[in-house]
Ligand binder design. Structure first.
Ligand code: FES
Ligand SMILES: [Fe+2]
Length: 371
């Protein structure tokens, strides 16, 4: 069944998964009273924040004649379209005013809706739920609420620090995701004296297990050449440090490192913008070094280096991919990528047939590779 999971069948027309929450914009990109255009899964959105600072997301096309609502203005919690001045409640999308109507014209204004999307703020990002298919509520129906709350960075104490990082990638979401979970590129792409070099390559053996809509690299002592591990050893005995890495559809990679009462965790997402562009967002939370004044900056600096190395790699890779080369996924290093494609097609099958989710893993597996 290997052919089913080969990336070349997915990438020319990379399928994007609807029915999930996606990160739209960093919270600090939208101030109270502002609106911004944004794109998720090839859907144009206008994302904004009312005067009470509550975030909202609407389809960026006026239901009257399609003018982008992001060209309009926000006034007292309502968006006014720049073409004929129709007004919509920013949170529900419900039409509140059509200025051209005269007193005895009985058009039921409040039955008209600009498509609105469920929208929540979590850990420095505005998340938007993209329903299937397309936006519910465009035209005459109210948007449905999201079935689940937006995902969040795992946290293990009340006090912690948070930092985020974001980068655009010139590739499909599939290449973004499999690049993120690829264990074999580290020594080549992320070489540096304080992290790892080609000479630090050694054999790894890790246990994986299926979890709902995803898989987990079971809790283990982190690789001795990883930077967070080296830092954590300042706090705790080496053998008390554990790390767990989860991948869950559509695009969530969470990593949790724990050492006694200290912890470091991150939630990284690769978000489809269009079929050929995606964006990587990393949000990290930790309760280490809270006494250290520039810890967040230092961490951001380290993460930014990593993300920039990945971004540059994918930029170069996209040059080669233009020529549609034959691609391959090998065992065991690319097995997580195969599971990703397997999870994705299981999800699409489930939607199509209305049947059960057929997980591509039948049980725990040990993978071995050198990196
Ligand atoms: S297009 Fe928006 S009011 Fe006419
Ligand atoms: Fe990487």
């Amino acid at each position: 069944m290997l052919e089913d999971f080969l990336p070349e069948q997915q990438t020319p027309d990379a399928l994007m998964l609807f029915g999930f929450w996606y990160r739209a914009l960093p919270c600090d990109a939208v101030k109270p009273g502002e609106i911004r255009p944004a794109m998720l899964l090839e859907q144009a959105l206008v994302v904004g924040r009312d005067q009470e600072s509550r975030a909202f997301a609407l389809r960026d096309a006026c239901p009257h004649r399609g003018m982008p609502l992001s060209c309009g203005r926000l006034d007292a919690g309502q968006i006014e379209c720049s073409y004929h001045g129709w007004r919509f409640d920013a949170r529900s999308g419900q039409c509140t005013l059509i200025p051209s109507l005269v007193a005895d014209q009985k058009l039921k204004v409040d039955r008209i809706y600009a498509g609105s999307y469920p929208c929540e703020e979590r850990d420095d990002f505005i998340w938007v739920f993209i329903p299937d298919p397309g936006p519910a509520g465009a035209g005459f129906t109210k948007a449905a609420p999201a079935p689940t709350p937006a995902p969040e960075v795992p946290k293990f104490s009340d006090r912690y620090k948070l930092a985020y990082l974001t980068a655009d990638l010139p590739c499909s979401v599939d290449h973004g995701v499999i690049g993120l979970m690829d264990p074999a590129h580290g020594p080549f792409v992320h070489q540096s004296w304080w992290w790892r070099t080609r000479h630090s390559i050694h054999e790894k053996r890790k246990n994986f297990e299926p979890i709902p809509f995803g898989f987990r690299m079971s809790a283990h002592t982190p690789s001795s050449n990883s930077a967070p591990y080296k830092l954590l050893r300042l706090y705790a005995k080496a053998d008390s440090i554990t790390t767990t890495i989860d991948f869950v559809l559509p695009n969530l990679r969470s990593e949790v490192i724990r050492a006694g009462k200290y912890w470091f965790s991150s939630l990284t997402t690769v978000t489809p913008i269009t079929r050929s562009r995606c964006r990587i967002d990393v949000v990290a939370a930790w309760n280490l070094f809270r006494w250290m004044p520039f810890a967040a900056d230092l961490l951001k600096f380290v993460f930014a280096k990593f993300v920039e190395q990945d971004r540059r790699t994918m930029e170069l890779q996209s040059e080669g991919l233009k020529y549609n080369p034959h691609l391959m996924l090998i065992d065991d290093a690319d097995r997580p990528a195969k599971w990703y494609f397997g999870l994705k097609s299981a999800y699409l099958d489930m939607k199509k047939t209305g049947g059960e989710f057929r997980h591509p893993m039948s049980g725990p597996v040990t993978l071995r590779w050198r990196s």
